[in-house]
Design a protein around this ligand. Structure first.
Ligand code: SAM
Length: 262
């Protein structure tokens, strides 16, 4: 996968040289190209922002440098086109599902902004000929989009084939489509079996795969009920067996759907 990022702080992306993502780059699974937005300015101050039309506080990023920068990136491969991801708190939520969708794309272009964001005409211009998604990583406001890009590239990058040591790790993750859709992963443990008087749940030492899978699912349901109860209302009734339904009822979330897993 090719990833391009245009930013006034390309140095913010040093963490992409480390750990899983760094290794994916070394192995050629992920190619990251960082671009300094100011390289597409033409004044001595390398200005990228101006006052907002309509008044109000803060500054808005000028369309000119963004347009030239995006054109410059597109020129790298005129035969193809990237999916453009514009981080903004007013975008659609970034989810595991979206991370999986992006992981299947060959080319992504991120446009992290600063100040009050990018002049909307930039999104209109490219939205007319490319897929442009305005995406939020959460209901809070960051000072700039660089951190949001780091979050998204890490979530997407670990899904690329060959990046995770064990491809199955992503299948059991919280939110993973399938049996974990709308569920949080339960607690995890490693050796030793007892630490400071805390014991690992006996079932995990039993070697009984069926009981372990059942325990993990129960814990996922319990944790979701405790930390993210709103997710339970989005569970697919067809994926819930009798045991799930009984537990959900005990937890105070009775299921009314007709279809049931066996
Ligand atoms: N005035 C904007 C608003 O209220 O929507 C906030 C602008 S914010 C200070 C500057 C930039 O940080 C945004 O344009 C975006 O690139 C990035 N940003 C801030 N919060 C974000 C979030 N939750 N998700 C994605 N990007 C975010």
């Amino acid at each position: 996968m090719r990833v391009d990022v245009i930013s006034i702080f390309p140095e913010y992306f040093a963490p992409l040289e480390v750990s899983l993502i760094g290794k994916a780059r070394e192995r050629g699974i992920l190619e990251v190209h960082l671009h300094q937005l100011r390289d597409w300015t033409h004044d001595v101050h390398r200005t990228v922002d101006d006052t907002p039309y309509g008044g109000g506080p803060g500054m808005v990023m000028k369309p000119g440098p963004w347009g030239e920068a995006v054109d410059g990136v597109l020129a790298a491969d005129p035969a193809s086109a990237p999916r453009v991801i514009v981080p903004t708190p007013s975008g659609t939520p970034f989810t595991q599902k979206l991370a999986m969708e992006y992981a299947a794309e060959p080319w992504l272009l991120f446009t992290p902004a600063r100040y009050e964001g990018i002049d909307s005409r930039v999104m209109a211009e490219y939205g007319a000929r490319l897929r442009v998604d305005e995406v939020s990583i959460g209901d809070y406001v960051l000072a700039g989009g660089e951190v949001a890009v780091l979050v998204m590239v890490e979530a997407i990058g670990r899904l690329l084939p060959g990046v995770l040591g064990n491809a199955c790790s992503a299948v059991d993750d919280s939110f993973a489509p399938g049996s974990m859709e709308n569920l949080l992963e339960g607690p995890v443990y490693t050796k030793p079996p007892e630490w400071r008087g805390h014991e690992v749940p006996e079932v995990l030492l039993s070697g009984h795969h069926g009981r372990i899978a059942r325990w993990r699912r129960d814990e996922a349901l319990r944790r979701t009920a405790k930390n993210r109860p709103e997710l339970l209302t989005a569970l697919d009734p067809a994926r819930l067996d009798k045991h799930d339904r009984r537990l959900l009822e005990e937890l105070g979330f009775p299921v009314s759907g007709e279809n049931m897993a066996h």
